[in-house]
Design a binder for this molecule. Structure first.
Ligand code: UDP
Length: 378
């Protein structure tokens, strides 16, 4: 195949900021390319919704956060388009509206390899590309309840975060030779060895002799974080809390002004997540794939307190089926779980060991290797 770009192979990352860890996944893979294959390729990230989607689809990014607050609506849209045939029907109906945009995207962004980390874009781009095109790789970022849009048998290679996601693809007709398990792509900092917990706690100013529960509401500080922190903070439990509000400024301010008995450390958006996770004993989070996978690597028992219906249902099932944590959708459930774990350190330890065993710190490294192999072979 002739190279589309003059100098080095150019990789186009197709993503969008509609939650689900798409941006973090793309950034993690680019980072692995830069670290482990410096100077071998050039990369570009394209938010196709923002830059190419015709109205009203161009609103997807701005409406994602509000829609995510209306779970029923989100779930309905998700379910209506899921399943092999329903998915195809929706794609066929939409094609006349999005065809021009998809064709323009392909023309305006010549590349030697496409890397998609988003379900919605795959069929439109593969249709726009026609028969003879640069390799098209898909990296799935939903752990288990993978939407049918992720799977397109015209993709050169599809990479999955879990074995369940791989089997689902095969079940709906993907060629088993072109769908492989790699794990959830996460930042390289989670692949690096961690300092001892004691040193981390000292650096963070956390207590050495108390169980520390870390609370993360995804990048946007979503879910009932405030109620949960207040309930734990006033429960009299022998526990310290570290709360990451992410980009949610209101949450951060409200927590800073809250009257809590429990020692509580409050952060905005943090860059040192591995340190915080490796210093903690328990992770409370919404069921985002990125945070869950990072929690596995740090060997943290998980309390999942909320989820995006549809998209994140399977993440919850996965954690429960494996025994790496619990589903605690009410504040009362969270308190009960914490009390149980504090009273039964053996159970906590066992859950932590299971969590650790599910960690796949090499996923981004492996994906980067597959990109290089593919693009230099093509
Ligand atoms: N994250 C971070 N700093 C923060 C909050 C979150 O780096 O202050 C990262 C977190 O480590 C994870 C990602 O943001 O990699 C969140 O992804 P997830 O899939 O859990 O949820 P999303 O917000 O994408 O729905």
């Amino acid at each position: 195949m002739t190279r589309k770009t003059a100098d080095k192979p150019h990789i186009l990352f197709l993503f969008s900021d509609t939650g689900g860890g798409h941006r973090s996944a793309a950034k993690a893979i680019i980072e692995a390319l830069e670290i482990y294959h410096p100077g071998k390729v050039t990369t570009e990230m394209l938010d196709f919704f923002v830059e190419y989607a015709p109205p009203p689809f161009d609103m997807a990014v701005t409406t994602y956060a509000p829609m995510a607050q209306v779970p029923d609506l989100w779930e309905l849209g998700y379910k209506l388009s899921n399943g092999k045939w329903r998915g195809k029907l929706v794609q066929d109906v939409l094609w006349p509206y999005i065809r021009k945009s998809a064709e323009r995207l392909v023309t305006e962004h010549p590349c030697d390899l496409f890397l998609s980390v988003h379900p919605i874009i795959n069929t439109p781009i593969l249709r726009a590309l026609g028969e003879d095109h640069a390799p098209y790789l898909v990296v799935i970022t939903d752990m288990v309840s993978t939407h049918a849009f992720w799977y397109n048998d015209k993709a050169t290679l599809t990479m999955t975060p879990t074995e369940v996601a791989r089997l689902r693809g095969i079940g709906i007709g993907m060629d088993p030779k072109r769908i492989v398990l790699v794990g959830q792509p996460i930042a390289d900092k989670f692949r690096q060895p961690s300092p001892p917990k004691k040193d981390l706690r000292e650096m963070l100013g956390w207590p050495q002799d108390q169980t520390v529960a870390l609370i993360v509401g995804g990048g946007e500080g979503m879910g009932p974080v405030e109620e949960t922190v207040k309930a734990i903070g006033q429960s009299g439990m022998d526990l310290a809390l570290a709360v990451i509000a992410g980009h949610n400024e209101t949450l951060k301010t409200n927590l800073e002004n809250a009257d809590l008995e429990t020692p509580t450390f409050i952060y905005g958006f943090v860059e040192n997540m591995p340190d915080l996770m490796n210093a903690a004993d328990i992770l409370l989070t919404k069921a985002g794939p990125g945070t869950i996978s990072e929690g596995f690597i740090a060997g943290l028992p998980l309390i999942l307190y909320s989820k995006m219906p549809g998209q994140e249902d399977g993440n919850v099932d996965y954690v429960l089926n494996e025994g790496a944590g619990v589903w605690a959708p009410t504040v009362e459930d969270v308190l009960t779980t914490l009390r149980y774990w504090l009273a039964n350190p053996d159970v906590l330890k066992e859950t932590a060991a299971i969590s650790k065993s599910l960690g796949r710190p090499d996923a981004s490294y492996d994906i980067a290797q597959k990109i290089i192999d593919t693009v230099y072979r093509a």
